[in-house]
Design a protein around this ligand. Structure first.
Ligand code: ACO
Length: 373
């Protein structure tokens, strides 16, 4: 008979990984041994993605090669092109991404191969395509066109330009790039676990990341950043403390707070709080930042919970002019680098992921023919 399950697999070590590590007590996060505090603000998203997918922080030459690969990988296949507008009409952003990434399999030049070399190429293409898919989806539903990507610019600059149809300032690009670095990987989070379960059946990389996108969508995971903004927008600024206390007293969860692994502040939130404050000053629109600070104080006083990555990401994206329902897709633009790196890692030393379950149903039931039930 199986042992009692650990609800939500809390504290269960489900895989070995050399990609990222969390010290939940100290509130520290590492990508391949590099402290996130050393990477954030100093490393571009492309460097972080190279670190995860290819194992090292790139040299100048490696970075140029990787960036060229990303620039060349942005072309969306014929099936995606044919269906994008129809999908944008009928599906929400995360539903659309799930569908579009699935459709992209059809025209991927490496679709019939699961080799390590093919998977490296697919990882770069998927990472290159995620931003353009979000921008093209948004343009299609808004009746706009997307400016051509500039291969001289990175993922962050092109994405901000394409989604807002205006030229972002150099500082906005730096801030958004830092956001992408901060979201790139995070050990055995729900979407990464989903990707690894799928990859461990030796299914292809596109299938694994489609599983991950579906998993990221939920409000207990990546969907929380959108919900944070909706909460802020729904509260009268002068009533934050009362409303938050009321929600907590009613047993409601406050989106953007709490974490399975961190027992102290999420180190990503430290950066995002600072960036949110900076943007609130530079835009002169301080209300949502101030409300966020007040929410943070109340939630800590009432429940001893800290903000997670999604809490201040919400106001940062808002100040950068990103539409609220694209916040979770933005998360996926970054996390695609981590998901694909995990698929590569899973395939390199694979065993089917197939846990046991505890049976809690009826036993020894007597079968009856249908007309006797
Ligand atoms: N607001 C209020 N209470 C909370 C919150 C919250 N945000 N988070 C946890 N709690 C409370 C729970 O109600 C529970 O209380 P109880 O023991 O009295 O029943 C206790 O803290 C433990 O919470 P669980 O949900 O069991 O903790 P778990 O480790 O399973 O969940 C999670 C972690 C999902 C992140 C949770 O904190 C949560 O739902 N937060 C809000 C959603 C959110 O922000 N998700 C994004 C997480 S980061 C990411 O995925 C990118």
């Amino acid at each position: 008979m199986a042992d009692k399950p650990t609800k939500g697999l809390a504290d269960v070590v489900a895989a070995s990984t050399a990609l990222s590590d969390i010290d939940g007590k100290a509130g520290r996060l590492f990508y391949r041994g590099y402290d996130i505090h050393d990477l954030a603000g100093r490393t571009t998203f492309e460097e972080a993605a190279h670190l995860l997918q290819r194992g090292t922080l790139p040299t100048g030459a490696q970075l140029a090669k990787y960036r060229a690969e990303l620039a060349g990988g942005q072309t969306l296949g014929a099936l995606v092109e044919e269906n994008l507008s129809k999908i944008a009409e009928k599906q929400t952003p995360m539903e659309a991404l799930r569908t579009l990434v699935s459709l992209a399999t059809a025209d991927d030049p490496d679709k019939s191969s699961n080799s390590p070399e093919a998977n490296q190429r697919k990882a770069a293409r998927l990472t290159a395509q995620q931003g353009i898919l979000v921008a093209r989806y948004h343009a299609a539903r808004s009746g706009n066109t997307v400016p051509e990507a500039d291969p001289a610019l990175g993922v962050a600059a092109n994405f901000l330009h394409q989604v807002s149809n205006r030229t972002p300032t150099p500082r906005e690009i730096e801030i958004f790039d830092t956001c992408l670095v901060l979201h790139a990987d995070h050990t055995m989070n729900a979407s990464t676990f989903a990707a690894r379960v799928c990859a461990a059946t030796l299914a292809d990389m596109h299938s694994a990341v489609v599983a991950a996108i579906g998993t990221l969508k939920g409000p207990l995971h990546g969907g929380a950043n959108e919900q944070v903004m909706r909460t802020l927008e729904s509260i009268e600024p002068s009533r934050v403390a009362g409303v938050v206390r009321g929600k907590l007293a009613a047993g409601e969860k406050i989106m953007g707070f709490g974490h399975r692994v961190y027992k102290t502040e999420d180190p990503r939130a430290t950066h995002l709080r600072r960036l949110s404050e900076e943007l609130s000053e530079s835009t002169g629109d301080r209300t949502f930042y101030r409300m966020s600070r007040e929410m943070e104080e109340v939630v800590f006083a009432e429940k001893k919970l800290y903000p997670n990555v999604d809490f201040y990401a919400a106001t940062v994206y808002h100040y950068l002019g990103i539409p609220t329902d694209l916040f979770t897709p933005v998360f996926s633009v970054s996390r695609m680098s981590g998901w694909t790196a995990h698929v590569i890692e899973q395939h390199a030393d694979n065993r089917l992921i197939r846990p046991d379950s505890e049976y809690i149903g009826e036993r020894d039931q007597k079968w009856k023919p249908i007309d006797e039930r």
